[in-house]
Write a protein that binds this ligand. Structure first.
Ligand SMILES: C[S@@+](CC[C@H](N)C(=O)[O-])C[C@H]1O[C@@H](n2cnc3c(N)ncnc32)[C@H](O)[C@@H]1O
Length: 226
């Protein structure tokens, strides 16, 4: 790796492969050189993803004290940590992977696509929500069309839940991939929210196709839905 202008090379390069596959070597090298990984360690966040929510919040003023929110796909808990700092009245996280406890949050270890999940989340919320966050991502298969369908399916399930539980004026933030909010999903978002925008936080890797859709101003249960 060379930097322009003959600067001293500061990036960490792995000296030996030590039996690692090329893909895991590249992953490790990227982790070691990632400023957000270093920052999350220094600032006590469990994931570099925490900075994505911090940036989205700075741009869209999503998190407010006393709010009720749900974090879909919460493990390892970076977004929960960010959200608890704003003193929510109720914060529920869900993931099928274990999430270590976060003070101020209730965590369900459950597949969001399980048919019991919406009911269990609503029960834990005990009322309407002001904000539904989804950073869910299924493991990729490498088969583009399958991966795309899975992303859309998760986003649709998250939107179904948001439409069911959000109070009027509420917001919905969902990880999608480029092209993920075309067609029907985008039409449903526009029908249900007064503002629908896409954002790619700086903490989201440039080479990743991930973007977030930020829908604000939920029109409420009586709005027309497609
Ligand atoms: C990018 S990570 C979330 C990182 C998290 N926002 C943070 O800040 O630590 C995506 C998560 O979505 C979860 N996930 C994917 N599909 C899910 C599903 N059907 N139900 C629950 N969690 C799911 C994965 O297990 C994974 O932990």
């Amino acid at each position: 790796m060379h930097k322009a202008g003959g600067q001293r090379e500061m990036a960490v390069t792995l000296k030996t492969a030590q039996g690692r596959k090329l893909s895991s070597q590249l992953w490790l090298q990227r982790q070691l050189n990632d400023p957000y990984v270093a920052r999350s360690k220094a600032e006590g966040y469990r994931s570099r993803a925490a900075y994505k929510l911090l940036e989205l919040d700075e741009k869209f003023s999503l998190l407010k004290p006393g709010m009720r929110l749900v974090d879909l796909g919460c493990a390892p808990g970076g977004w929960l940590q960010v959200a608890t700092k704003k003193a929510p009245a109720r914060l529920i996280g869900i993931d099928y992977l274990p999430t270590a406890p976060v003070s101020g949050a209730d965590i369900l270890e459950l597949d969001f696509l399980d048919e019991s999940a919406p009911f269990r989340l609503k029960e834990a919320l005990g009322g309407g929500a002001d904000l539904i966050l989804s950073d869910m991502a299924a493991p990729t298969t490498g088969h583009k069309a399958t991966d795309h369908l899975r992303v859309v399916a998760l986003a649709e399930a998250a939107l179904d839940f948001a439409v069911d539980v959000l109070a009027p004026g509420g917001s919905f933030v969902c990880k999608v991939f480029q092209g993920g909010t075309e067609g029907e999903l985008l039409a449903r978002l526009k029908a249900n929210f007064s503002s629908v925008k896409h954002a790619k936080p700086k903490a989201s890797r440039a080479e990743s196709a991930e973007v977030y859709v930020v829908a604000q101003g939920f029109k409420g249960a009586r709005a027309s839905r497609t």
